[in-house]
Write a protein that binds this ligand. Structure first.
Ligand code: ADP
Length: 771
């Protein structure tokens, strides 16, 4: 007859419990999975460990002959290390870590076998290690220490990993799952420490609970919320206490008041109290639950109120961004969510090999911001779920369920970067149209089933509003596209009419400009002919008339030459003959050409700052041409008595597009003339462009407001740009009375490298020749 020892009874019961757990693990039929096989091994070893301890206990109590109590003791320590190594690997598997597991296995086996070899003394070592004739350490103590260190290392690593994961987990569902593991770790640490310190009863009890928690957490996907469990337990505890208080209080009061009265029966009182409690129980339970809920999480949802407020708020919103912010703010009011987004989806066309096209997720956050698009595979598991399941999908499911294992890693990363807890599909006419994505709750609670079904209802209500908003958005986009096209059309029209004007101007100018000298030539020629026939031609008159013919012919030649220059610009056949030249020299040559006209018009011309400028590489003849045009224009557009100023300096210029600084020479030709309107400042550089009516112009080369063919500035710009420079005009506007004047800036590079590709001028270009 064995002594009924509670420790032994508990160990026996624990062994049966382990058998039960093993049965459950086997019945899952998932033995192919690494974590399930580990779980099986873990529980098997725990069972063996418990059996060893049971036998040990039996031996300690009964001292049966032939049982080696020390062998059992040693087995117990080996078992402890083995269980802990397995627990560590289970923790890794639970966290989804697969990499370099073998290394941890090897280290574990080394610890265990080193301990066993020393403990069992396979190599027949001395019992005591002796240094300098005094025994220092006993063999078994070293063996025991190695095993305990192994145990501690593996247990500590499990604790460390669990803590790390707990700290990293952001979503409440993951945190909830980790809570179960944390509980298992705490139970294992305390239980095993107790066993080591010989507290077998409690140690094994806690170890069994740890095994239960580990098995439950590994096998179950939808783990009940720990807070919910605490809430329920608190409610029931309060209810039990209340019931007991009511019952005993009732009895006591009945005793006090009715004991002396006739017909007093405790049974009757008992029945009355039971009936009262039975009637009161349910309403009371509700009150208690609500009280506990408020105490723990600050109140429950009022579904009806939430629904009506939601549909009212979103019914009139047409703008997508606005809709997103209204939807998210109403839901966060109801569920205390911290963030959210309304996601619109667009399906790309199917691929050539028949695969469904990708789905473009465009999340619009609650703050109304459109976040970067996410591309989801059209035949991926997330899309398949949202298209068909008609119920919310949690990030937790995406992270852990096997059906999402095949997901593209980039897709997975993009979705987790959104930091959303739940995705609720929105359907319109059974077609998947969008998603309502919600972040964690402020309370750090998980989304309970009732929350998820409310969210699905809200998402269903969003469908119409989302459709309207999408249509409206479409319309808005089309509208802005139309506006853009209109603008482009307008610009094209403008350009066209300017081209048309240029063409007409060209015909007018060409005929006007060419006809005047031609008429003069014909006229003088007729006169000379007539006078010769009459014999009335005086030599002096003849000379003056032929001089006039020569002038007119010269003018004709000039006009044709200018037109030819522009054609060269257009056909890119203008040649540059670059050599080192001083700016002062070509500017002075250009001025000399117009000195007579300036004198006639009583204008003054001054030059400042050119003498000290560095020599530049340029085609001196072409440069003279540029300044000749600029000075001629200044003379023509400045009234009699006006002033023309030419200044020069060296500047640092970042170029048109703000590139690196370059040293440039800036020459400004300023006048006190009529000025130019802002809208004409650029256009005057276009071919044949002239300000004002073409026919108002006369052909005089220095006359006030005298015109040329509208090509001077075009040529000037072509030449300057061919030298790597820039030219532009500045003026405060056209005013013939007040004459605000104009300034023409010419920038030329100091170190222009001749053989570099010349920038293409807008109105034509120049072929570079290196000399
Ligand atoms: P044009 O042969 O007519 O002078 P340009 O190309 O040289 O052609 O000049 C184009 C137009 O720019 C001129 O018709 C004139 O109206 C305007 N313009 C050029 N220089 C000046 C200036 N210094 N002041 C005012 N207007 C100017």
């Amino acid at each position: 007859m064995l002594y009924p020892d509670p420790t032994f009874i508990l160990l026996a019961l624990a062994a049966f419990a382990y058998l039960g757990i093993l049965l459950v693990v086997i019945r899952t039929g998932r033995l192919k999975e690494y974590s399930i096989r580990l779980l099986l091994a873990f529980n098997l070893l725990s069972l063996a460990w418990t059996v060893i301890q049971g036998l040990l206990r039996l031996q300690q109590l009964n001292n049966i002959q032939g049982f080696d109590i020390f062998a059992l003791e040693r087995l117990r320590v080996y078992g402890l290390v083995g269980v802990t190594v397995l627990f560590f690997h289970l923790t890794r598997a639970f966290q989804g870590k697969q990499n370099s597991a073998w290394l941890w296995w090897v280290v574990g086996v080394i610890f265990l076998s080193a301990g066993i070899v020393l403990y069992e003394n396979f190599f027949r070592l001395a019992e005591q290690f002796v240094i300098l004739n005094s025994p220092v350490l006993s063999r078994w103590l070293i063996a025991f220490t190695i095993l305990v260190i192994g145990w501690a290392v593996y247990l500590f690593s499990s604790v460390w990993m669990t803590l790390g994961l707990y700290r990293r987990s952001t979503t409440p569902l993951h945190r909830n799952r980790n809570k179960y593991w944390s509980a298992a770790v705490i139970l294992a640490v305390v239980g095993q420490s107790l066993v080591l310190s010989q507290n077998i009863l409690f140690g094994n009890l806690l170890q069994l609970l740890a095994c239960l928690a580990v098995t439950y957490a590994t096998l179950t996907f939808h783990l009940p919320d720990v807070r919910l469990a605490v809430r329920k337990m608190t409610s029931y505890l309060i209810m039990t206490l209340l019931t007991v208080a009511l019952y005993t209080g009732g009895f006591y009061a009945a005793q006090l008041f009715f004991q002396t009265s006739q017909g007093y029966s405790p049974i009757l009182i008992g029945i009355v109290l039971s009936v009262a409690i039975a009637i009161l129980f349910n309403p009371l339970l509700e009150v208690v639950k609500r009280f506990v809920d408020r105490l723990i999480s600050g109140g429950r949802l009022d579904v009806h109120h939430a629904l009506s407020e939601y549909s009212m708020s979103i019914s009139s919103v047409l703008d997508l961004e606005k809709l997103a912010s209204v939807v998210v703010s109403v839901i966060s009011d109801v569920m205390e969510t911290t963030s959210g987004a309304l996601v619109t989806i667009t399906q790309e066309p199917d691929t050539e090999d028949g695969k469904p096209g990708s789905i473009i997720f465009r999340p619009i956050s609650g703050t109304g911001q459109v976040q970067p698009d996410i591309r989801l595979a059209g035949d991926g598991p997330v899309v398949a779920y949202l298209q068909r399941e008609h119920r919310p999908l949690t990030q937790y499911e995406i992270d852990l369920l096997p059906r999402f294992k095949s997901m593209d890693p980039a897709e997975r990363e993009c979705l987790s970067a959104l930091k959303m807890d739940v995705y609720v599909p929105v359907y319109a006419k059974d077609q998947w149209r969008g998603v309502l994505a919600l972040g964690a709750k402020a309370s750090r609670d998980i989304y309970f089933d009732e929350d998820l079904s409310l969210l699905q209802t809200l998402a269903d209500q969003t469908a119409v509003a989302l459709e309207n908003a999408r249509l409206y958005d479409d319309l808005k986009q089309r509208n802005s596209e139309n506006e853009r096209l209109n603008l482009e059309l307008h610009e094209a029209n403008d350009q066209l009419s300017r081209l048309d004007k240029a063409k007409t101007d060209f015909i007018n100018i060409a005929s006007h400009e060419l006809r005047t000298p031609l008429t003069q030539i014909i006229g003088y020629n007729d006169m000379v002919g007539e006078m010769i026939r009459d014999n009335s031609l005086e030599p002096s008159a003849g000379i003056s008339m032929t001089e006039s013919v020569r002038k007119a012919a010269r003018r004709l030649e000039e006009i044709v030459e200018t037109m030819f220059e522009v054609t060269k610009l257009d056909t890119r056949t203008l040649e540059l003959m670059s050599s080192p030249v001083s700016v002062a020299s070509f500017v002075t040559t250009a001025i000399d050409k117009w000195n007579k006209g300036i004198e006639e018009r009583k204008q003054t011309i001054s030059v400042r700052g050119l003498a000290n400028l560095p020599t530049i590489m340029a085609d001196g003849r072409r440069m003279t041409q540029v300044f000749s045009h600029l000075i001629q224009n200044a003379v023509k557009n400045t009234p009699d008595g006006g002033a023309i100023r030419i200044t020069g300096r060296v500047i640092e210029d970042p170029g048109k597009d703000g590139g690196p600084m370059k040293q440039m020479i800036e020459v400004v030709v300023a006048d006190t003339g009529t000025g130019i309107n802002a809208e004409d400042l650029e256009r005057i550089f276009e071919k044949f462009y002239r300000v004002g009516s073409v026919l108002l112009h006369s052909t005089g080369s220095t006359k006030f407001k005298g015109a040329g063919p509208g090509l001077g500035l075009t040529i000037a710009r072509g030449i300057v740009e061919a030298h790597g420079g820039r030219i532009w005009a500045e003026s405060s506007g056209y005013d013939e009375e007040n004459c605000p004047g104009s300034r023409f800036h010419v920038l030329l590079p100091v170190n222009y490298i001749e053989n570099q590709a010349a920038p293409q001028p807008e109105n034509g270009s120049v072929r570079e020749m290196v000399h």
